[in-house]
Design a protein around this ligand. Structure first.
Ligand code: SF4
Ligand code: SF4
Length: 301
């Protein structure tokens, strides 16, 4: 895959991370090194009569976000475990060293075809297609400046030689394109997940959060929350999770049926486990018992 020129570095420095780089095939260096903001314009259109129709759905490197998996499992009316087994391959997101699911590229349509490509018809799951596919030919990147509380998003253009959409005469702003692709909803659901990816990327240079390697078990928890709401819901309701964490009754009721609330709880929990952030609180008695245990382990009275 071509280099984008964006960098990531240690936790005390600026961190810059491309999240959806959209690059499908390596043909030189197709990322334009220009930062686009929402109000900036670019020229592009994709429709079934372009000569390159479906080219970008071959050998596509599509990492699935939590929102993508929610939308796709609803569309296909299957459980996440079945979806993962049938349509994805596990992989490691190298920038953050966290496990992710990627779309399979051994579909029926042709060699290297995305598993959802339905021949000349195009994408077989179009209204539930992943964020990476919606963003193309834009990429999304985030930057967190040293000392800043919040990260900022910006966009960049991917100009691959096979994509004729850039020759089409349709001018639009990034904001118009994002609205047309219905990206705001997906980005909102994925926001905290992207935060985790960014933080893990920034900590990589010192070996992990607070210079500690992330355990295999924590990576498995990350994968469960990110890819399988059914298993995570079972974990919340059938383990000691609700005895451990202080969660109000109304939220608990929501978590039984609301997948998006459940995902947000999962991200809060992961931020607490990975970075020790106070995104979720232990119950008072559990916390006191944990402190007493810690003191006793250290031989303190
Ligand atoms: S999900 Fe759809 S748009 Fe995305 S690569 Fe597959 S066929 Fe193409
Ligand atoms: S114009 Fe670009 S995005 Fe559209 S089908 Fe062709 S390669 Fe894919």
């Amino acid at each position: 895959m071509p280099q984008t020129g964006f960098r990531s570095s240690g936790p005390e420095q600026e961190v810059e991370l491309d999240i959806f780089d959209g690059v499908r095939q390596s043909d030189g260096n197709p990322v334009e090194p220009v930062r686009l903001q929402s109000t900036d314009s670019f020229c592009f259109s994709c429709h079934p009569t372009v000569t390159c129709w479906n080219r970008c759905c071959h050998n596509a490197d599509v990492t699935l976000t939590p929102a993508d998996i929610l939308m796709l499992t609803r569309k296909l009316a299957i459980e996440p475990a079945e979806f993962l087994a049938q349509y994805t391959v596990p992989d490691n997101w190298e920038k953050s060293d966290l496990p992710v699911a990627k779309l399979r590229t051994d579909g029926q349509a042709a060699e290297g075809a995305c598993v959802f490509l339905a021949g000349d018809e195009g994408c077989g799951v179009y209204d539930a297609r992943p964020a990476t596919c919606r963003y193309y030919p834009l990429g999304l990147a985030s930057i967190k400046m040293m000392g800043a509380q919040k990260k900022e998003d910006f966009y960049f253009l991917v100009r691959e030689s096979h994509c004729r959409g850039h020759k089409e005469d349709r001018q639009q702003t990034v904001a118009e394109f994002r609205t047309e692709q219905d990206l705001e909803t997906l980005d909102e659901i994925n926001r905290a997940w992207i935060d985790i990816m960014m933080k893990m990327t920034s900590w990589r240079s010192v070996g992990g959060p607070n210079a500690k390697k992330v355990s295999k078990q924590t990576k498995q928890m990350f994968f469960m929350v990110s890819t399988d709401v059914t298993t995570f819901r079972r974990f919340v309701f059938e383990s000691r999770f609700l005895e451990t964490y202080a969660i109000d009754e109304e939220t608990i009721e929501d978590l039984r049926t609301d997948d998006i609330s459940l995902l947000q709880l999962g991200f809060d929990w992961l931020k607490n486990v990975l970075f020790n952030e106070q995104t979720i609180n232990m119950k008072e008695d559990v916390l006191k018992a944990a402190i007493a245990r810690g003191r006793s382990d250290m031989g303190a009275t």
